[in-house]
Design a protein around this ligand. Sequence first.
Ligand SMILES: O=C(O)[C@@H]1C=C(O)[C@@H](O)[C@H](O)C1
Length: 150
Amino acid sequence: MKLVAVLNGPNLNMLGTREPEKYGAATLDDLESLCAETAEELGLAIDFRQSNIEGELVSWIQECRGRAAGIVINPAAYSHTSVAILDALSAVDLPVIEVHITNIHRREEFRHHSYVSRIATGVIAGLGIGGYALALRAMAGILAEAGDED
Ligand SMILES: O=C(O)[C@@H]1C=C(O)[C@@H](O)[C@H](O)C1
């Protein structure tokens, strides 16, 4: 069964209580459940993680080499600052789908640029946590097209 890493950046552990008018009322646990249910439907396995530490996310991305078939990532604030995460994603050379719960292009100027977008196969922004389900569906298609072995 193909494994997809679902990686979440800083402050996403506060989902549900963090600016719910922007990020919604669903918690990180709710998000993980949504991803798990979607992955099961798609015949994918997921490794769902969240960290507030940039270096931990970098290490987790590196660990995907030889282990995961693709990466769904919401780098959160690190989207806008982290060359390290971009470099790690480039190094592992896996399909990447970038997700943002909010539409970063309708927010403050500093959120309009994401370093990750230059390596991402696709970017989903502004569709709430449903964007993660869409990302997994897209990833399933990408992997099927690539003919990845189970
Ligand atoms: O929409 C999101 O999921 C992103 C999440 C964050 O925590 C912000 O720092 C980003 O700017 C947007």
